[in-house]
Design a protein around this ligand. Structure first.
Ligand SMILES: *Cc1c(COP(=O)(O)O)cnc(C)c1O
Length: 360
């Protein structure tokens, strides 16, 4: 045997993604609060649309996603011609890296930024650049200072995962204004729907040529299992992304369910209201137990413990109670647990268990 084939540079630097667990040995009443899923699931209209597709499985799906893009355009007042749909927003992130980054270029993400930015940058052969935050909040000046003539993409989740914090529109606009001419700002709005009255950055996309927004059906729309996301950007960017996109990247069932979910605005509003109510309740009750968290704008809180030992011990105790939360040491937050906001009974169950842990 001569030399075996080897992957492109950067690929072997990618650590395999660790998803949120969903099973605990010996428990039949497991509550999964580790992946920021909607505790109410998707809109009943989305389930109905999904089921109707069962008779059409032999048909290839639409390659231009017109009905879904038009639903998105109607609900979010964006131009459907500049919307691109992907297999989760993960795929839009990957398209951006594939199209604009590569060997010799840099991709910026924040200190506690979403794992996919680094993974997709490395997969494209680019160099990921991590920028410090200030007390778990995005630091626009630090990002601007990290920009070089090699910078191509600047990823910012707002609200951010796993911190839950958010920066204001003036700061985001200043970032878009300040990045180098050859770079794009990517605003990841995976949790935008949880923020009352927030457009996810759509107005900034409209106003500029260097801002792209990504969104997902995996969080408030409750369709993580179907893998549907979307992006909105200037036409020159959407044209580029559509060239790297496979023509049948979404299936019929995903397109149909996402279209119905998008149009069920009342359901989304209900989920946003419930989330805000129980997020406050959860954060307040944990704070009273000596477990503080930053004000979260998303559907999870980042609970801070006194030490890594305490966070790990609490996680282990919660598992014995059938409760799965997320250790975030991989995000450089070893003293924290990220806890998805459940429904009323879920929030009560987790607070009860953490109280017992603290008292033991
Ligand atoms: C959950 C999440 C996404 C969504 O990814 P999908 O591929 O659409 O499921 C994107 N960005 C962030 C920051 C997230 O937390």
């Amino acid at each position: 045997m001569t030399q075996m084939i080897t992957p492109q540079p950067g690929i072997m630097d990618i650590a395999l993604y660790q998803g949120g667990a969903s099973h605990v040995e010996g428990h039949n009443n497991v509550l999964k609060l580790s992946s920021n899923e909607n505790p109410f699931g998707p809109s009943p209209a989305a389930i109905k649309a999904y089921e109707a597709e069962a008779r059409m499985l032999h048909r290839y799906p639409s390659s231009d996603h017109t009905e879904l893009r038009e639903a998105i355009g109607d609900v979010w007042s964006v131009d459907p011609a500049r919307v691109i749909c992907g297999a989760g927003s993960d795929e839009i992130i990957a398209f951006l890296c594939q199209a604009y980054a590569g060997p010799g270029t840099e991709v910026i993400h924040t200190e506690h930024g979403f794992a996919m930015y680094r993974i997709s940058a490395l997969a494209a052969g680019a160099t990921p650049v991590e920028v410090p935050e200030r007390e778990r909040v995005t630091d626009v000046d630090a990002i601007l200072a990290a920009c070089t003539d090699k910078t191509r993409l600047v990823f910012l989740a707002n609200p951010n995962n796993p911190t839950g914090t958010m920066i204001g529109q003036a700061d985001v606009a200043r970032l878009a204004e300040g990045i180098p001419a050859q770079a794009l700002l990517v605003l990841d709005g995976a949790y935008a729907e949880y923020v009352e009255g927030y457009d996810g950055g759509a107005a900034l996309v409209e106003a500029r040529q260097n801002v792209v927004m990504t969104r997902t059906f995996s969080k408030i729309y409750g369709l993580g299992g179907l893998r549907v996301g979307w992006g909105y950007g200037p036409s020159h960017v959407i044209d580029v992304l559509n060239r790297v996109r496979g023509p049948f990247n979404l299936g019929n069932a995903g397109i149909a369910a996402a279209t119905a979910a998008m149009r069920d605005v009342a359901y989304v509003n209900h989920c946003r209201t419930e989330n805000a109510k129980w997020r406050t309740w959860l954060a307040d009750n944990l704070a009273e137990l000596g477990v503080p968290s930053d004000v979260s704008l998303a559907n999870f809180i980042l609970a801070r413990f006194a030490s890594q030992e305490e966070a790990v011990a609490c996680d282990a105790y919660l598992k014995t109670q059938g409760l799965i939360v997320r250790l975030v040491a991989g995000y450089n937050l070893p003293t924290c647990l990220r806890i998805t906001v459940g429904d009323e009974s879920g929030c009560k169950r987790i607070v009860h268990a953490i109280r017992q842990f603290k008292e033991s």
